[in-house]
Ligand binder design. Structure first.
Ligand SMILES: NC(=O)c1ccc[n+]([C@@H]2O[C@H](COP(=O)([O-])OP(=O)(O)OC[C@H]3O[C@@H](n4cnc5c(N)ncnc54)[C@H](OP(=O)(O)O)[C@@H]3O)[C@@H](O)[C@H]2O)c1
Length: 308
């Protein structure tokens, strides 16, 4: 088969011949890949920087995608840590850990949307006790996951959603998605009284945001839950200890591990349903898998999806 293969970390994968995958476990099957998203997590897998990296090479990256199994059905699948990812013509999955899709779905839309959308969907449904009528601030709202988080928060009944990011021009485009307010990162004090923060940035912007918001918060003993989901601005954040004492601030993370696998599997069918019914505005760009090197170096803001 053909696949995108990483031979050295720091160099984009190359499209080349690779041995066909073999199903080894009794629950495994070989499937055809129809579409796989080039998510930030796939890039960090391919450059060896993700914390789960074992350093094993060669590596076919790709953590999820839309596949067709031997039974002919379309499925959305998330792979466990593997060096045989979804950026290939074929891969190996466990059908029990995948979701059967309706026949008429657009594989590119599903492959583009699931990873960014599930980040906020699962966080609000499974990581905290989110209630209708609460207010939400999203840090990194102009990215794919941030744009989805606006729509997901609104779907779950958020009364007021504020989108914040560094790209002030892109912020204006968040209003049609449901953002009631948009803010540049140096004005987070204006979001001081929200109930929930969905944070895709971490790093310095999160630390500065915590200080600005706690300082300006009207009722410091009202709970504020900060959900750490992504770290595009830095893997560590120098949040001052005083912020945790001076306000009823709770910081929780959401991702695979902090939310058990069975809980993800329970949420995914509902998310698939919302995506395939067209409830979310999804920005995707399909590219042939053979052009993976070009896709790797392109960033239009739309989620790149590689199609074998
Ligand atoms: N835990 C989970 O369940 C989960 C699931 C999905 C994603 N994630 C994580 O969530 C994060 C965002 O994913 P995504 O799909 O939205 O990525 P994305 O589409 O690439 O968007 C990233 C956004 O971050 C902004 N950004 C990058 N560096 C920044 C910085 N130094 N300061 C401020 N803003 C910065 C970019 O803004 P510009 O347009 O200005 O460049 C862009 O809007 C990633 O870390 C990803 O791994 C986590």
């Amino acid at each position: 088969m053909h696949a995108a293969v990483v031979h050295s970390f720091g160099t984009p994968p190359r499209y080349e011949q690779f041995s066909d995958p073999i199903a080894r476990g009794k629950n495994e099957v070989v499937v055809d890949v129809l579409a796989a998203g080039l998510h930030p997590r796939v890039r960090s897998q391919a450059d060896g920087s993700h914390y789960t990296s074992t350093g094993e090479l060669p590596l076919i990256p790709g953590i999820d995608g839309v596949v067709r199994g031997p039974d002919g059905r379309l499925r959305y699948t998330i792979l466990d840590e593997t060096s045989l990812g979804t950026l290939a013509e074929r891969t190996v999955i466990e059908p029990d850990r995948s979701i059967v899709l309706p026949k008429d779905v657009d594989p590119v839309i599903v492959a583009a949307a699931m990873n960014p959308a599930m980040s906020s969907w699962v966080a609000l449904r499974r990581r905290i006790d989110f209630k209708r009528g609460q207010s939400v601030l999203i840090l990194g709202a102009t990215g794919n996951a941030g744009r989805m988080a606006i729509q997901v928060a609104k779907k779950f009944g958020a009364a007021h959603v504020i989108g914040a990011g560094r790209n002030t021009a892109a912020l204006q485009a968040l209003r049609p998605l449901g953002a009631d307010e948009v803010l540049p990162l140096d004005q987070l004090a204006e979001a001081a009284n929200v109930d929930v923060v969905i944070d895709y940035l971490w790093g310095e912007p999160a630390a500065a945001g915590v200080v600005d918001m706690i300082t300006a918060r009207k009722e410091r003993s009202d709970p504020i839950t900060w959900i750490q989901i992504g770290s595009v601005a830095g893997p560590t954040s120098p949040i001052p200890s005083a912020a945790l004492r001076a306000a009823r601030l709770q910081i929780v993370g959401s991702g695979i591990g902090s939310v058990p696998g069975r809980d993800w599997l329970k949420e995914l069918p509902k998310l698939v349903h919302a995506i395939t019914k067209g409830e979310f505005d999804v920005r995707s760009k399909a590219m042939p898998l053979k052009d993976v090197e070009q896709a790797w170096c392109t960033n239009t803001g739309d989620r790149m999806v590689l199609v074998p």
